[in-house]
Design a protein around this ligand. Structure first.
Ligand code: FES
Ligand code: FES
Length: 172
């Protein structure tokens, strides 16, 4: 199997490895790096449980990426963020705290994908705030394609709305 050298910055740490050229980023995260927070759901680019964030240009907003269906080799030279980069049990990010405060998940399997989608949304609002009456639409745009088998959408959206309104400057 052909291999390729990759150098990917993940949550601020540079990882240089030789990997199969078709190795999905999700497998690279979980099996090579032990970062198991990103979840495999459908494996075919539908559920978005495997969403990570990519900053392709240092001065640009984050963009979502489906790690189940993107080879790690495609991310070489880029900056990737996973749910482990948001915070940990002792140092929750405001977004993670909002999810907890709103009881915004049930089994929690889809939560890392929703957290990353919300994280990407908040990052984009720092570049381009929205009027308050457009916030719900922005949340739906960011998260509407994510699937939660426990159907906890309402609380997810409430947690994201609360986090967006709590940070000054995201909503005009
Ligand atoms: S695991 Fe479902 S979109 Fe990636
Ligand atoms: S909380 Fe169970 S799948 Fe979403």
């Amino acid at each position: 199997m052909p291999t390729v050298s990759v150098a990917i910055t993940i949550n601020g740490t540079l990882y240089e490895r030789s990997v199969p050229d078709d190795l999905p980023l999700l497998d690279f995260l979980q099996e090579d790096l032990g970062l198991t927070g990103t979840k495999l759901g459908c494996g075919i680019g539908v559920c978005r449980a495997c969403t990570v964030a990519v900053r392709r240009v240092p001065t640009a907003a984050l963009t979502p990426l489906l790690s189940c269906s993107t080879p790690a080799a495609h991310l070489s030279g880029q900056e990737v963020f996973t749910v482990e980069g948001l915070g940990d049990a002792r140092h929750l990010s405001p977004l993670q705290k909002s999810f907890l405060d709103e009881f915004a998940f049930q089994c929690g399997y889809c939560a890392p994908g929703f957290l990353m989608a919300a994280h990407i949304l908040l990052d984009s609002l720092r570049f381009a705030p929205v009027p308050r009456d457009q916030l719900d639409a922005a949340i739906a745009d960011a998260c509407g394609a994510h699937i939660c088998r426990c159907t906890g959408y309402k609380r997810y959206y409430a947690a994201i709305r609360k986090a967006a309104l709590a940070e000054p400057g995201l909503v005009s």
